[in-house]
Design a binder for this molecule. Structure first.
Ligand code: SIN
Length: 479
């Protein structure tokens, strides 16, 4: 594996009026090489209190800007992201291990949220409601909910940030971000571009930290923070939701998934194989919406599994900065340990690795296809978040629907079939927030993204995402 040290040095945090150096820092290592790539500003309670006051103050100004002013600023920010897309992609690859070619796709996807919400900012309309009385006029208008505290994950360090900050800023909210410990550099780079675009530091603040509990508490306990938005594990989402109850904040939670990928025997097999590889193995399987379990109708099981394994065995594993790499490392030792546990459990209970099945040197794991799995194995019950695809047979539509829905999670599900009636029937019965019908990557800026059940609540993307940052005020007037 090649070693590249590009970001050595000490980062700062963006708080209140500009860049701040907290008293301490923590080392950030590259998952590809294990080398320290930066010393990251480690914010604590002192910095959190500064940011809290700054976001509350900045809200009074920002909320009163026009949508056209916010839109113009966001468009400049978008243009700078596009200008620096190669640099941001390398940063993502370096800090969290996503292959650089894929990271470039993420940067474009991330920037598209800023562009889309810059446009949508101008379309926050109210309503005039007819009254039953001639002497009354009824109006409904939309307003920013207030300062927002956001916690974003490491798996999409750019896109999960812009999918939140885009609609928040468009709505007129101010925004404090605690980026994932593993991927603060991308967020800091986007903050630098925000300042370059002419944005005020108090409107969008970034506070990296190694241990978020004490820092988060400052924002969670203060009633002036009106909204919390989180993407990450169901476990942490549950804690933040409970913490938000005391001050009754608006809450958006984008949590874990356990996506089924269902292939019926009338599907285009070649296409389904290509698509399951794209769906499962992007970001080395570390994506909330990537499939975690592949259901194949019995008649095509053998041929599908053989073609799937052959495609997966050809995936190139390597350093995330190598442009030819398709599968990078897991993000950290904990991520790798989970993958190893899931695969070991499956093999112990009778599954076979049709391809892969083993860890490699460092944080790498072979892209793996498992056959002979059963529903009680860990890989079929929990999100693996790694490059492992268990394949299981089914016979009937009813049987596969039962299996697909038999989980506490409900983020994304996928169906491959050429039968239009079946496609509609099955997608209607799937208890999921997102369904990909012959589409392995349905996410896009203008569409709603989010789950049901223990995958969370609230929607990001499209006009649905903007509503999460707005409240409705009703005015009744006697004339
Ligand atoms: C996620 O893993 O939550 C994001 C994936 C996507 O936007 O498609």
């Amino acid at each position: 594996m090649t070693a590249t040290l590009e970001f050595q040095g000490q980062t700062k945090a963006l708080i209140a009026t500009g860049w701040v150096s907290p008293a301490s820092s923590y080392p950030l290592t590259s998952p590809s090489t294990g080398q320290v790539i930066a010393q990251v500003a480690d914010c604590g309670v002192t910095e959190a209190n500064l940011a809290l006051e700054a976001t509350v103050t900045a809200f009074e100004t920002w909320r009163n800007t026009t949508a056209y002013e916010r839109s113009a600023l966001m468009k400049k920010w978008f243009a700078l992201m596009v200008r620096d897309e190669q640099e941001i992609a390398r940063m993502i690859a370096l800090e969290m291990g996503k292959p650089v070619s894929e990271a470039l796709g993420e940067v474009r996807y991330a920037a598209s949220f800023i562009e889309w919400y810059a446009e949508e900012a101008k379309r926050v309309y109210g309503e005039i409601i007819p009254s039953q009385f001639g002497h009354k006029r009824l109006f409904a208008s939309k307003h920013p909910v207030g300062p927002v505290y956001a916690v974003t994950p490491w798996n999409f360090p750019a896109a999960m940030l812009t999918r939140k900050v885009g609609p928040a800023l468009a709505a007129g909210c101010t925004f404090v971000l605690k980026p994932a410990e593993q991927s603060p550099l991308t967020a800091l780079k986007l903050a630098e571009l925000w300042l370059e675009a002419g944005g005020a530091a108090g409107v969008f603040q970034v506070l990296p930290c190694a241990d978020p509990i004490a820092l988060s508490k400052v924002f969670m306990e203060d009633s002036r923070i009106r909204k919390i938005t989180f993407t990450g594990s169901t476990e942490v989402g549950r804690i933040l939701t409970k913490q938000s109850a005391d001050t009754l904040k608006r809450v958006s939670m984008e949590l874990g998934g356990h996506a089924p990928f269902i292939v019926f025997d009338d599907a285009d097999i070649e296409q389904a194989v290509k698509d399951v590889v794209a769906c499962k193995f992007r970001n080395a399987g570390q994506t909330c919406v990537c499939t975690n379990r592949v259901y194949v109708q019995r008649g095509i099981l053998e041929v599908f599994t053989a073609k799937f394994a052959s495609a997966v065995s050809g995936l190139k594993v390597g350093d995330s900065l190598d442009p030819s790499t398709q599968i990078g490392p897991l993000v950290d030792a904990q991520g790798l340990a989970k993958v190893k546990t899931h695969v070991a459990d499956a093999l112990l209970h009778g599954a076979t690795a049709v391809t892969g099945g083993s860890a490699l040197e460092g944080l790498y794991f072979q892209p793996t296809v498992l056959a002979g799995v059963t529903e009680d194995m860990l890989v079929m019950r929990e999100e693996t978040f790694g490059p492992v695809a268990p394949v299981i047979a089914f016979d009937t539509e009813a049987e596969v629907l039962h299996a697909a829905n038999n989980t506490p999670f409900g983020l994304a599900a996928y169906v491959w079939t050429k039968d239009l009636s079946r496609a509609v029937r099955v997608s209607e019965k799937l208890e999921y927030g997102i369904v990909g019908l012959n589409d392995p990557i349905p996410s896009t800026a203008q569409a709603p993204f989010g789950g049901i059940k223990q995958s969370g609540f609230g929607r990001e993307g499209g006009h649905f995402g903007l509503e999460e940052y707005l409240y409705v005020k009703y005015v009744s007037m006697v004339i």
